[in-house]
Design a protein around this ligand. Structure first.
Ligand SMILES: [Fe+2]
Ligand SMILES: [Fe+2]
Length: 280
């Protein structure tokens, strides 16, 4: 089955996009230039592990061009798709551009923090980010719901990570930044949760296998390309008390709430996802 034939109806997707944009009015936005007291940023108040955590997420957020490009490849807004798919993709684009602007702001804010707090020097940091930023990013998916299920887990995991890191850092400027970041990721998660719910209600059992495949092969972004990813991931998991499989519980909740009468196959999917949690 092609991606086009399994897309959510455009009206369903548009409702999710409208909901996201209504929850993200410009009046509640923030920016790198005015929202933080940069001269007070002080990496001297952080532990080595916390500084390492900030460096790590800067790499992850700074890869935005690669993530953004995935949407263009799989949901093109041009004559490579038929008109119904174009209508769907054009609605999705309203989300994607706003989301990308927010993620790009995250990258700039973290970079700015590193420089203002004394962790890094601008020129060197740019060069380091470019080494990773030039590497390709891809998602090995065939069904559209997989992109949203993947992003659902990844956005929730990132939100939890920022939240937990915020609770342990002693620099108020970084704390304020992490609060902003985690709120944005929470809204991104809500959009993905809304879209996945709509897929469940409209396609039911047809999306069980695609979602199972996402969890089976789940890797956080850049896990396969960033130098020393796993060593780094273990170290920062320790710093923030964090594990991305914590986010699986949220996917289970989304599935649980999406449909009133669950089929056996959907029940099995929920059991499977629960088994993929890392036990502590
Ligand atoms: Fe982000
Ligand atoms: Fe996000």
């Amino acid at each position: 089955m092609s991606i086009e034939s399994s897309l959510l109806p455009a009206s369903e997707l548009a409702a999710a996009v409208d909901g996201f944009l209504a929850a993200s009015p410009a009046s509640r936005g923030w920016d790198v230039e005015t929202s933080f007291d940069w001269p007070r940023a002080d990496a001297g108040r952080l532990t080595d592990g916390q500084r390492s955590a900030v460096q790590f997420v800067t790499f992850i957020e700074d890869h935005l061009p690669g993530y953004f490009d995935v949407y263009h490849r799989f949901f093109p807004v041009d004559d490579s798709v038929d008109r119904p798919a174009f209508i769907h993709n054009r609605e999705l684009y309203h989300f994607t551009v706003r989301w990308a602007a927010e993620e790009d702001t995250h990258a700039r804010a973290l970079t700015r923090y590193q420089v203002e707090s004394g962790m890094a020097e601008t020129h060197t940091l740019r060069g380091e980010l470019a080494i990773e930023g030039r590497k390709p990013f891809d998602l090995p998916y065939e069904h559209p719901v997989q992109f949203f299920a993947y992003a659902l887990v990844q956005e929730k995991a990132t939100q939890m990570y920022y939240h937990q890191l915020r609770d342990v850092v002693d620099d108020p400027v970084l704390g304020a930044l992490l609060t902003r970041l985690s709120r944005d990721e929470a809204r991104h998660f809500s959009f993905m949760a809304d879209v996945v719910s709509r897929y469940l209600r409209t396609q039911g059992d047809l999306i069980v296998d695609p979602i199972r495949d996402v969890i089976t092969g789940f890797r956080m972004p850049l896990a396969d390309t960033l130098r020393g990813y796993w060593r780094w991931a273990l170290q920062i998991a320790d710093v923030a008390g964090y594990d991305h499989t914590d986010a699986y519980d949220h996917l289970i909740k989304v599935i649980d709430r999406a449909v009133d009468a669950r089929s056996d196959r959907v029940d099995e999917l929920m059991t499977f996802i629960a088994q993929c949690r890392v036990l502590k």
